[in-house]
Design a protein around this ligand. Structure first.
Ligand code: SF4
Ligand code: SF4
Length: 289
């Protein structure tokens, strides 16, 4: 495995971030749902506003950057174990400016909290300096394939610099930008986690190549997310436990593998897999929608 210059940072995060190297029952995170829009179309994506589905891409509300500060304040009162403020949608964090503007406010008001962000990586290379300047501590990039012929089965289209691309042309742009972005951000010492949605029959035999490629680009940890069959991939089967374990074993030859992801909502607040305070925080907001 390539030795990353952000190794110290990654080592620190293993003790302070609830999602790195084993869930710590005493560590929590907040996902701030400030990023509604997206610039790509994944075939399995079904973004929803509701308060009952437990999965990524779902939130009960979308809030504005200045409202996020109050959410963090209240969340820390209810759950002092929270060490991380993350933004994971419900859309892409770089497709609009809301996420980075929110992190700027968070940095000023809560300088000690860990800032964690997720992106599809389409704009990662060109917005890397902003991510570095804002002081993001850990960045998750979702890389579902590093071969355009495979990615085109998982992604229908991208909108890039105002232009619509489809098929392998779209996939090649996305992969190129993801890898260049991972390299740039990891060289600045920011810990990179890569997520891959594991889809049997599409990218299950490609996991080793993804893990090797993203590790070489500078990623430190790899998270396989089992497909939730929905939208254009509603006919696909979710991977079974053996398929997930086999894929993890292949990836582990190249990169640390994260094994306990709870596939949290975009407005999750609390300790992953244990306590969630989202209802209490957003109750009034939901009632007044
Ligand atoms: Fe949905 Fe995320 Fe894919 Fe955008 S990048 S289409 S929000 S899964
Ligand atoms: Fe952690 Fe996975 Fe939840 Fe993200 S979705 S906060 S990585 S458990």
């Amino acid at each position: 495995m390539k030795e990353n210059i952000n190794m110290n940072n990654y080592e620190n995060l293993k003790n302070s971030h609830p999602c790195f190297a084993g869930h710590k029952a005493n560590k929590g995170r907040i996902h701030l749902p400030v990023s509604p829009g997206c610039n790509i179309q994944c075939k399995f994506c079904d973004r929803k506003i509701n308060d009952y589905e437990q999965r990524p891409g779902v939130t009960s509300v979308v809030i504005k950057p200045d409202e996020a500060l109050e959410v963090v304040r209240k969340s820390l009162e209810l759950c002092p174990e929270i060490t991380v403020v993350g933004i994971a949608g419900p859309g892409d964090t770089l497709a609009t400016d809301y996420a980075l503007n929110t992190f700027r406010l968070i940095k000023e008001a809560f300088p000690d909290i860990i800032k964690c962000m997720s992106t599809n990586g389409l704009l990662l290379e060109e917005r890397a300096e902003e991510i570095i300047e804002v002081g993001i501590d850990s960045l998750t990039v979702t890389v579902n394939a590093v071969d355009p012929a495979i990615l085109t089965r998982l992604n229908s289209a991208i909108i890039y610099h105002g232009k619509h691309y489809e098929g392998e042309e779209a996939a090649a742009i996305l992969i190129r930008n993801q890898l260049a972005g991972i390299q740039k951000v990891s060289e600045a010492g920011i810990t990179i986690k890569v997520n891959t949605v594991l889809v049997p029959g599409i990218n299950d035999l490609h996991i080793e190549e993804i893990a090797r490629t993203v590790s070489e680009a500078g990623a430190s940890i790899y998270n396989l997310i089992p497909l939730i069959p929905q939208h254009e991939l509603s006919e696909c089967e979710a991977p079974n436990c053996m398929q997930i374990e086999t894929a993890r074993g292949k990836a582990a030859k190249y990169i640390d593998v994260f094994r306990h992801c709870q596939r949290c909502r975009a407005d999750a607040i609390g300790i992953p897999g244990e306590k969630d305070f989202g209802d209490q925080i957003y109750l009034n907001r939901i009632a007044h929608k």
